[in-house]
Structure formats: C-alpha cells, structure tokens
Design a protein around this ligand. Sequence first.
Ligand SMILES: Cc1ncc(C[n+]2csc(CCOP(=O)(O)OP(=O)(O)O)c2C)c(N)n1
Ligand SMILES: [Mg+2]
Length: 794
Amino acid sequence: MRRPTPSFWRSCASFGRFGTNFVAAPFPRRSPSGGLAVRCFSTEQLWRGVRSTSFSKNLDFKDGSESTFPVYRVLDADGELEPGVELPFSLEEGVDMMRMMLKSKVYDDVLMTMQRQGRISFYCTNYGEEATSVGTAAALKPQDMIWPQYRELGAFLWRGLTAQEIADQNIGNEGDRSKGRNLQVHYCMLEKNMQTVHAVLGTQIPQAPGAGYAYKLDKEDRVSVAYFGDGAASEGDAFTGLNFASVYGAQTLFICRNNGYSISTGVEDQYKGDGIAARGPALAIPTVRVDGNDLVAVYIATEAARKKCVEEKTPILLELMTYRVGDHTTSDDSSAYRKEDKEEVKKLQGVGPLPRWKKFLESKGLWDDEKSKEVEAAARDEMIQAMKAGETKKKPPLRELFTDVFSDLPWHLEEQAAYAEKHCREYSSEYNMKSVRGLDGPAPTVDPKRIASAPRVLPPAPRGEVKETTMVQAINDALSIALSSDNRSVLFGEDVAFGGVFRASVGLRDKFGEDRVLNAPVAEQAIAAFAVGLSVAGYKAIAEIQFADYIFPAFDQIVNEIAKYRYRNAGGGAGNITIRAPCSAVGHGSMYHSQSVESYFAHCPGLKIVIPRGPKQAKGLLLAAIRDPDPVLFFEPKVLYRARIQGPDGQVPVEDYELPIGQAEIVQEGTDVTLLGWGSQIGRLQAAAAKAAEEGISCEVIDLQTIIPWDADTVQASVEKTGRLIIAHEAPQTNGFGAEIAAKIQERCFLHLESPIQRVCGFDTHFPYAWEEFYVPSASRVLAAIKAGLRCWL
Ligand SMILES: Cc1ncc(C[n+]2csc(CCOP(=O)(O)OP(=O)(O)O)c2C)c(N)n1
Ligand SMILES: [Mg+2]
C-alpha cells in the first residue's frame, strides 16, 4: 500500500475552500506562467484515514468475527500460576492485596446489613469484582488520576479511604468530605488523585483523556484512568472518549469491568459484538482482554498498559472479565432476572478473585482460614465502630447547601441562604433542627454588601491605545492574549486549528503550536468533557462549540458534570473552563444555525453565562471569562462578528483588559421606560429608543451582559426611576430568561411599576427561515411595546 506523503497533504489542503476540506477531485491550477498545470492523483491517494486502498472485486462484508480476543490469564481457578510466570509483586504485597480484597468484601457485608437495618438508605456492593479494583489500583502509581464509576471500592481502599470516611459518606454527615451532598458510595478523595464517584454513566470516559493529554504535554510519568462497566460502555460518551484519547495520544487507561450485567440487562441485550475489547482496535487503541478474577493477570496487564501508555503516548483499553455476584444495589433483587441459576453463581463465586488468590497464598504458606477470620473480624469491627461514630455526627450547616455552587456565593444564593436560615427558624417545629449543625444557634448575620448584585471585585478600567476592530477580531485578540499570558491554556474545538469556521482562532495555531491549539473530532460532549480533564490537570480549557445550536450533545457534560463539579467535590473545582459558542440569528440560519440557548443553561446552578454586544465587550468579557474561577459559557452573537460597530463599542483597547462579569451596563440613559436586553438585541433596542425619542419618549437602554449571575440592582434602580420595563430577547418567550427577570423585578419594584412588565421575544416556535424578520424582536415590535406601556399609564 502506498501512503500519501505529508507534502502531498499540504498541497492537497491548498485546494480546499477552507484549507482542510476533503478534496474530491484534483483541481486544475494556473501555473506561474499563466498556463494550466494539471496535477493528477490516483483516486486512492485521496481516500484518507483508511489503512488499505487495495481493490477487490469481491463484495466482502466484515462483521468483526475475523479477529478474536483471547483472555489473558496466568492464575488458574485452583490458584496455580502458569509455569514460567513470575509474580509481578512481592509476596508481602500479595498478602496486602488479599487483606484489601477481604476488607472490601467485609465492608460490603456490614454496610449492606446497615442498609437493611435502615441506618443508611442505599448501598452498592462490589462482590466478585475485588481483583478488578484492588489489582488495578495496586499496579498504578499514586500520581495516576483515577476516574471511577461506582463499583471500585477496592481502589479507594488501596488509595487510603478509611472506614470512618466510608461511614460518614454513606450517612451523609458533617464528616463527609463532600458535605453530605452525594448519594451513598459516591466517595470523594481528590487529594489522593481519585475523582469523586458520580452517578451519570460514562461521563468520566471522555473526561479522563483531557487529563491524559495534559500529562502528555507536561511529559509526566502519569496516566489518567477511567473505570467503567459493560453497561456504561454503550453510552456515546464511551465511544467519543476512546476516540478523543486515540486522536490526541492522551495518556489514558480505559478499564472496563465487564461483569455481565447492567442492572438487570445482561450483556446479550447490551451489545452484539465481541465484548468491549473489540472496540479498541477499531480506534487504533492497543487493547487486551483479561481474566478480571485473576489478580495476577490484572496486575501484570495494568502495569504493562501503564508503561506503554506513558512511553508510547497512547491510550490503552483493558477489558476485565468478571462477574457481578451480588445484586446491582440494595434497591435490586437480581433473582428476578439473573440468567445463571444459584448453583452456577456459586461456581462462579468459587473461581472468583478471593478464593483463587487465597488458594495461591495458602500454597505458599502465607494464608489460612484463621488468617481470614482474623482479618474479617477486624474489618467488621472497624466498620461497625465507624458507623456508630458517624451516627453521632450532625449534618453540615445549612449554609453549606449554598456554598460551592460557584467559587463565591453570588447575590442570589446569598439571598436564598438568608431566606432559608430565617424560614427554618420561624417554622422550626416543621423541621428536624437538631440534626443540622448550627441551626440550634443564633441566625447568622446577613451582610447587605453580599446581597448587592454588583461584582465584588472590579478589574481596572482599560486605558491606552484603542483600535477599530470587528467582534471576531476582538475575540481572536482575546484568545491570543489568553494563550500567551498563560502557557497552561489550551484552545480546542471543531476546525479550530485552521481558524474555525468563523475565523475566530485564525493564526493562533501558528503562534502557539499544535499542542495548544487543537482540532477536535466532531463530538461536542467529548469537547466539553475534555475540558473537564484538562481543568482537573491544572490547565485552562478554552473550548469552542461550532454553533450554539450544536451544544446539546454536550448538554449532559455541561449541566451534570461541569456545573456540578465544584459542588459534588465540596470545593476544588474544574472551574478553568470557558466554552465559546456563536449564537443567535444571522439572517439565513434557520432553526439549526440561529438559536439563542442561554436560558437552557441559566436554569442550571453552577454556570456563568456571558453574551457580549460589541467588540470592546467581547474582548474584555472573554478575557474575564477565561480567567474566572468558575466555568463560563460565552455566547457570541455571530451576526455581529463582522458588523461595523460605530462608536466606542467598536473601539477596542489594544492592551490586555477585563470587563467585570456580573455587571449590566446602562448603554443609554432615559426616564420613561427601561429597555433591557443582551447581545445583538441591544442594537434593536437602541433603534427602538431612537424612534421613541422622535415621539418624545425617553428610553433607558440596559445591556445585561451577564445572564448568570445577572445584575438585578442595576435593573431595579432603572425601573424604580422609569416605572416601566420591557425585556427583549431572541430566544422563545416561554421560559426565556426574560421570565426570570420579570418575576424578580415585579417582586422588587411592585410599587414603582406604572405598567405591566412586557416581554418582546422570539415566538414559541422553532427558529424559522422564511419569517426571520418577523420572528426576531424587531425595533418596531419594541417600539409598539413602548407605546403600549405608556398608554397603560395614560
Ligand atoms: C446516563 C445514565 N443512565 C442510566 C443510569 C442508571 N443506571 C445506574 S447503574 C446502571 C447500570 C450500569 O451497568 P454497568 O456499567 O455495567 O456497571 P455495573 O453496575 O455492572 O458495575 C444504570 C443503567 C445512570 N446512572 N446514568
Ligand atoms: Mg456491568
């Protein structure tokens, strides 16, 4: 097979409209002398990304059965090691692993009993899978970052999680590291390089490569390790995670525990191919299938995979074949669906990791039944005592309900925290006050400054030289400054390397190199997830979603992962994440290139949302967003990208500057009515205000700029002055962010209002192609609302 040369691709790229497009046929090209220089390539040279272009006249369908995966095993069911195989660890370490596996089993016994006694509400055992977690964790190094699913108790124990921490977490008391916020068994131990267990299946799989890529950039002897089950492997996140890791050569170890079940669903109903392993080679990931009940094989495979991962800068996939002996959780009864009968389960238990490893150690004279009893009794006692101690502890203070949503409490959470404290004291008989720390004491005093919506820290105002700049240039400038002022920052997204489809990142790859300005495979959920991994590894992640309309595949990663990361970890955030996305109407975009999506995300705690109205705002706000300790969604009205903006908004300071997130700006002062909007709507509000002025009506125009946390005080002060409020946004009216503003402002300004608060919004239809001019809240619709509001008063 002839592989095309790099110089071929370079010349090929020069034909493409965007430089990287697939070229279907060679174009004739003008020679320097003016004549046509025809360059011919054979067809197969143009088929990129396949290993073979040899032709065949046979119509040969392949179904994957051509290749199979033997199961790597070195310790048989009788505990006998294959001849010639050396133990990869000392016998002493082998005994430690036996203790740990036994401890995991006994803790499971005790906690399951506690659940049955009603002392904890839920539990999930690890029976039969002890070697998959203890064996892998033991073969990893302490610096390796583990992204667990939920059945990896052994790995947590190996990394040092104590009985007391386990008890406190399962009870959800004030001793719990995540402040009682997580469901049982969702352990939190960040300082030992263990990510917190989270409930959404598969989301950790594309997150791990973000950290794995960072370790590669930092040339570290470190891997990122994602554990997941055979069920989770069906999630789209699993595919995109494996693919991202492969494309980026991220130092990532994927460990699938294939235990035959996903709750009641057997693997027969989960997939039809050859297990999970078969998926690795399809994505060029070195893969091996291992007997997950063989502690020695698990250890050898993990150690070798780890080494290969770091040395060859490649992800590795391990499929560990095991069996879920217990029920899925304490909410489950597996006898209702289990395919194997009781005798078979017993047999499978017999070849499980504990009996097998015990036999081996017994053969070496290092273990016996007495030893088992002794270890079991000590572990049982330890957990019972820990539970008793945990039950005497209170729940964390009520205020902790509100902390860690953001790095600091924004005004609306201060307001809600104060309300909650006051309410539960007034209605104390309705609540279990004694169980919560601090509720029995005096109510904490409320600092009015913290309830004020203005940003608490203001960056210095920009000074110096300004330059007339378009919004897209201003964004490019901000990205360039962000990348040069922090070399631990990475910019990535679809087509970003070549400059992005809107050219916002043009030239940045040349400036900052291919390691820091990356094209992403087309998978928005993996783009968002990759940002989590980078951020966990201490990088600033600047991601681009090509159009806001295509942010929805990433919705889960954004609202369930990025937004909740700080809260579920009780601080310590993956906050260094900025997601940019071009949004809103563009004149011809129809329903999939025009949406304004801010209110979907405004509903979710933990995300800041910013929308600039012009070049000056775009640069200053984007730099502030990138440096903000919380994740920020930065929506850019794409219709403004190349618009010529008259006046100061188009005069962009050349220096590095930030504009404050959380502050609205009064764009134009007035006395009769307040017009409030954001992004491209501001121009329409100004046009409406100008028309109203011709009729002697004075409008105050406010650009909200930040949707969350929004600046209620500025709006309130304006409405107290004008007595009228019109909110305009392109997004559909129902449940748009205007509804939230209207509710809050009528609460605060009820006695000042001269007319009902009005909304001028997109209609509750999908964004239309043919009727765009009627759909967007035009200046004349705003003008009509202004007049209606004034008539109301007359
Ligand atoms: C996205 C998502 N869908 C559904 C669930 C509900 N759920 C919890 S565990 C589970 C089965 C997972 O099976 P597997 O990945 O094989 O892990 P195992 O329980 O076998 O260890 C399901 C469907 C979930 N937590 N997240
Ligand atoms: Mg499973």
